[in-house]
Design a protein around this ligand. Structure first.
Ligand SMILES: C[S@@+](CC[C@H](N)C(=O)[O-])C[C@H]1O[C@@H](n2cnc3c(N)ncnc32)[C@H](O)[C@@H]1O
Length: 225
């Protein structure tokens, strides 16, 4: 069964609008905003990316993380498969001139020229990408990054812990299913790191955050010129 990226995530954002939520993570949005604000500040302090650099967020959703990065002074482009999410993000952030959103699939970034971005930030999107599409996405990320540019991967990893997810989990594919389609990839940490390295990146930092509802890999890599 093929992944249903658009259908599945569009339905989720329509539900977010109906319930009056602020975005992915529902009522936990303030905690998530604090987490990503701190994460971004640590990245800037440790890796010193170019001031006012060009940043691409993959899977920008309602635009909450993109807005944090834009408030740090970067020029941010968010791309997202759900048209409803793009509408929410654009309307909510219309006053931020250094921030824009497009409806696009992460497997095809052809709207952008080669070597456009200083940083590509995975907004928890790449764990939504399944099978052969993953290599397409990694090749596109490499292509649109400037040589030496940063790639920040943020992905669920290792074994699922959430009971609902485990009920619909295929341990051979390492994918959770929804509505009969694979929709989340739980790569092992070593395999995710290998996937990044095999697409032309040098790994600068990797850390697994262990959480009760599932672990996550935070990796920072650099495009090898
Ligand atoms: C876990 S959500 C995170 C959203 C946002 N970055 C945040 O943290 O609030 C992952 C996002 O990736 C988007 N997405 C899933 N598959 C995609 C694809 N093939 N291309 C672009 N975006 C996709 C989803 O619609 C969703 O908004």
């Amino acid at each position: 069964m093929k992944p249903k990226y658009k259908e599945l995530h569009e339905a989720r954002y329509r539900e977010i609008v109906e319930k009056g939520l602020k975005g992915w993570g529902g009522n936990q949005v303030p905690e998530r905003e604090k987490y990503w604000t701190d994460y971004w500040a640590e990245f800037v302090k440790d890796f010193k990316p170019p001031d006012k650099g060009e940043v691409l967020e993959l899977g920008s959703g309602a635009g909450n993380i993109s807005a944090i990065i834009a408030r740090h002074g970067f020029n941010v482009t968010g791309i997202e498969i759900s048209p409803t999410a793009v509408q929410i993000a654009s309307k909510r952030n219309e006053k931020l001139e250094n921030l824009r959103f497009f409806e696009m699939n992460v497997t095809d970034l052809s709207r952008f020229e080669d070597k456009t971005f200083d940083i590509v930030f995975d907004g928890l999107c790449l764990h939504c990408i399944i099978g052969e599409d993953r290599s397409l996405a990694f090749k596109e990320i490499h292509r649109v990054l400037k040589p030496g540019g940063f790639f920040m991967l943020n992905s669920i990893c290792d074994e699922p812990k959430d009971k609902e997810i485990i009920k619909n989990y295929d341990s051979v594919m390492r994918c959770a299913f929804s509505d009969g389609a694979p929709y989340r990839y739980f790569g092992r940490k070593e395999s995710l790191i290998g996937e990044i390295a095999s697409h032309g990146f040098e790994i600068l930092r990797e850390r697994v955050e262990v959480k009760p509802n599932g672990d996550s890999l935070r990796a920072i890599a650099r495009r090898i010129p």
